[in-house]
Design a binder for this molecule. Structure first.
Ligand SMILES: Nc1ncnc2c1ncn2[C@@H]1O[C@H](COP(=O)(O)OP(=O)(O)OP(=O)(O)O)[C@@H](O)[C@H]1O
Length: 494
């Protein structure tokens, strides 16, 4: 298996009359043929000869019947291979029907049937070793949390916690026998060891939010070891960084594709900022994709350092974020020694910063999507990034800009504006000519294709879904260990 290949489909059964005419003789009969599932490549099965990697000329099979892909959190982590049904007649996983347009995680040996059982059958195989319960045992995580099941499959590991695959016990199982059994959907659970208040904030903020482009939290639970479980949607398409990282460097994407992503981020930011929430760590790694293809829904994740200003003062003073994406007014200093006199790094010399720091980060993200270049990266050292961000000099002379519209350049310029008063906010950004010019098409794509809704949801209204039992689930007080706080080594937080 080549390194890019993370799994494959083995054709188990296929009626002879449906065979492709151009198949080599050794593949005839349907046994032994393998379809590879690799990163950065959507494997498509269906009737459409132009689009599909595996063509089946059966009228019961849809033009594109189902798609497969693989996502890797890091180079050495175990791949997550997914199947998504896009058909009229359905795709079955181990005999159970898949919900249309929902991605399901595959496990070695899974059986996939196109349309009904025993018509065209594949077996999913991977030679990567399955995860053991080591992590769960090492940290004493609970495997059953009320109606939730925590599995040992790791989605990713962050500075403060682990993200694992979870399942929810089925509710309202249909008693109508004729209806096919539905396959259980996957969820993700982020488990963090409760430490100073800061860590509770992520779940508290997320429970308040309800927006199609923001990670949805379903349930929270705190076990007796102070592990906080945040059950949330599993976003199966990987992050935007991995989507752009092809080979050794980041690649640009077509302007139209970037525009659709920017439009969704702006909707999410407008909603967040209206709620008084500032994300503060917007970057490619924290933007998740529902599938690794253009025009997919994007989801903002990792609210670990988000700030809720709705009940507090309107400015922030703590230096947090990731220098590469961080607005100059946040106050990163090129010399790390400059922080030593503070127990927490703070922009004491400045007037603090506000929600517009998220718009600067979006400017950096847009710049990268359009050109593959990070605007203030310099020589890549933290010092050089911070220095060039402070200067904020932008040039559009690189050849990568040649094919980019002037309106897009102007958008980037207006977000990467050192003067916060001149920098656009989320509402103004949505009214910028780059967006406005394509407004009707963007709206259509957003509501019809991405959100798949015929009615426009009211995106600006806050629907507070704070669980009533939330407060009771947390310990009354959390002992703040200051030595830990100071020693905390967060890659992106000083
Ligand atoms: N709900 C989710 N669905 C799919 N993948 C997720 C989800 N939440 C997190 N991930 C993946 O797991 C990884 C770890 O997430 P987490 O939020 O713990 O840490 P992180 O983004 O690396 O944050 P930190 O900046 O705290 O180190 C992420 O990079 C992301 O790829």
């Amino acid at each position: 298996m080549s390194s890019a290949v993370q799994g494959f489909l083995e054709l188990l059964r296929r009626p002879n009359e449906l065979l492709d005419t151009d198949e080599s003789p050794e593949n005839l009969g349907g046994y032994g043929r393998r379809l590879e599932i690799s990163r950065h490549n959507l494997l498509k099965l269906g009737r459409n000869e132009q689009e599909c990697d595996f063509v089946c000329h059966d009228p019961a099979i849809s033009s594109i019947h189902c798609v497969f892909w693989a996502v890797l959190f890091e180079e050495d982590s175990l791949p997550m291979c997914y199947v998504k049904d896009c058909s009229l007649n359905g795709t079955y996983l181990n005999g159970s029907l898949l919900k249309r347009d929902v991605a399901y995680l595959l496990t070695d040996g899974d059986k996939i049937d196109l349309q009904d059982e025993n018509q065209v059958t594949f077996r999913f195989c991977t030679n990567k070793k399955a995860e053991s319960d080591e992590l769960i045992e090492q940290f004493g995580f609970e495997k059953k949390v009320q109606q939730w099941e925590v599995t040992s499959r790791v989605i990713g590991n962050g500075t403060f916690g682990h993200v694992l695959v979870a399942y929810k016990k089925r509710e309202n199982i249909s008693t109508v026998k004729e209806l096919p059994k539905l396959y259980p959907e996957n969820y993700a659970v982020k488990i963090i060891k409760l430490r100073p208040n800061k860590l509770n904030k992520e779940a508290k903020i997320l429970l308040k939010l309800n927006h199609p482009n923001i990670i949805k939290v379903h349930h929270t639970y705190c076990d007796i070891n102070d592990n906080l479980y945040i059950f949330q949607d599993l976003i199966p398409g990987g992050d935007l960084f991995s989507y752009l990282a092809k080979g050794d460097c980041l690649s640009s994407i077509p302007e139209a594709e970037a525009l659709i992503i920017v439009y969704q981020i702006l909707h999410a930011l407008k909603y967040l900022h209206n709620q008084g929430i500032v994300h503060r760590d917007l970057k490619l790694d924290n933007i998740l994709l529902c599938s690794p293809e253009p025009c997919t829904r994007i989801i903002l994740a990792d609210f670990g350092i988000a700030k809720d200003l709705s009940t507090a003062k309107s400015r922030m003073h703590t230096v947090v974020g990731t220098p590469e994406y961080c607005a100059p007014e946040v106050g990163f200093k090129a010399d790390r020694k400059a922080y030593q006199s503070f127990s927490r790094a703070a922009t004491l010399v400045q007037n603090g910063y506000d929600r517009k720091c998220d718009l600067w980060s979006l400017g950096v993200i847009t710049h990268i999507m359009l050109t593959g270049i990070s605007p203030f990266y310099g020589d890549g050292t933290e010092r050089s990034i911070i220095q060039s961000t402070k200067i904020g000099k932008l040039t559009f002379t690189a050849k990568q800009w040649n094919t980019v519209a002037d309106a897009a350049k102007s958008f980037v310029q207006k977000l990467l504006e050192i003067d916060v008063n001149k920098r656009l906010d989320s509402r103004q950004s949505l009214a910028h000519p780059w967006i406005l010019k394509h407004h009707d098409q963007l709206e259509k794509i957003y509501f019809k294709k991405i959100l798949k809704t015929s009615e426009k949801p009211i995106l600006d209204i806050a629907t507070t879904v704070l669980e009533p039992s939330w407060k009771r689930k947390l310990p009354k007080s959390v002992v703040v260990d200051h030595s830990l706080l100071n020693k905390k080594k967060r890659r992106n937080e000083i």
